[in-house]
Design a protein around this ligand. Structure first.
Ligand SMILES: Nc1ncnc2c1ncn2[C@@H]1O[C@H](COP(=O)(O)OP(=O)(O)OP(=O)(O)O)[C@@H](O)[C@H]1O
Ligand SMILES: O=P(O)(O)OC[C@H]1O[C@H](OP(=O)(O)OP(=O)(O)O)[C@H](O)[C@@H]1O
Length: 219
């Protein structure tokens, strides 16, 4: 049995065509089913639905053999115990710094003042500001980051941006682009050895569908 960990929403939706290219069809729709384990047309392949941030944990500890997780989530997790053979180029967005449209970010940075930064992505934010030599107080949030500068909780946020419409709707502007984000295939290192015969063709079929040779990549 191969267990594939996916999160509901964009990752599930965008992974479906890649699974189809490998001959796998998920037999139930997670939006209408309450089930957390979904069967596929392959009797020896099942999908488990977990929170996006829990995918690396499930795969690293062997609760799933393989999964799909965003580069953001993988960097925050650290990636220990995970083989990352493929960038699937799905769920594409970027990690950026944003502030209120009336906030003088360049001025504050230039003066060397401390910046209060709210984010769910504390590792990425810490490293980004350390590289720039900017002193920050990081405030960990779990969602609705955009609210932080509007309520005075923080001066800036580090968050994912795609179309920019969430920032715009909240009168925030992107002042720095930290990194491009897409989702990767992650594989349990022990499962790759023990279930190689089953996993290798699956990884190769997905690699062919995304037009890339499979090989381990850093986060
Ligand atoms: N607006 C977006 N456009 C494209 N990709 C995105 C966007 N927002 C997030 N992503 C990518 O999709 C992944 C999954 O996002 P999703 O919104 O499904 O989960 P989440 O709500 O961030 O996670 P959790 O449920 O664990 O809090 C993110 O880790 C990121 O890599
Ligand atoms: O630039 P945009 O196209 O507006 O996308 C950016 C938004 O997308 C993500 O949220 P998402 O839509 O996933 O909501 P969620 O994190 O609450 O699930 C992210 O946290 C931003 O808020």
């Amino acid at each position: 049995m191969i267990t594939l960990a996916l999160s509901k929403g964009r990752i599930f939706e965008e992974t479906l065509p890649l699974l189809a290219a490998a001959g796998i069809q998920v037999l139930e729709d997670p939006e209408s089913s309450r089930k957390l384990i979904l069967p596929t047309n392959q009797p020896d392949v099942r999908v488990v639905l977990v929170r996006a941030t829990d995918v690396p944990t499930y795969v690293a500890y062997g609760g799933a053999d393989i999964g799909v997780a965003g580069r953001d989530v993988l960097i925050e997790h650290g990636g220990a115990g995970l083989y990352q053979p493929l960038d699937l180029q799905i769920a594409q967005c970027r990690m950026s710094v944003a502030v209120r449209d009336d906030f003088d970010y360049a001025g504050v940075v230039q003066q060397g003042s401390r910046l209060r930064v709210a984010t769910k992505y504390t590792s990425i934010a810490r490293q980004h500001f350390a590289e720039k030599g900017v002193h920050v107080d990081l405030i960990k949030l779990y969602g609705s980051m955009e609210l932080a500068p509007l309520t005075g909780l923080a001066d800036a946020i580090v968050d994912l941006v795609s179309t920019g419409s969430t920032l715009k709707a909240n009168r925030l502007v992107e002042v720095e682009r930290i990194m491009d984000i897409s989702s990767r295939l992650v594989v349990n290192q022990a499962a790759l050895k023990l279930k190689r015969e089953a996993l290798k063709p699956l990884i190769d079929a997905i690699a062919a569908a995304v037009g890339q040779p499979a090989g381990s990549r850093p986060a």
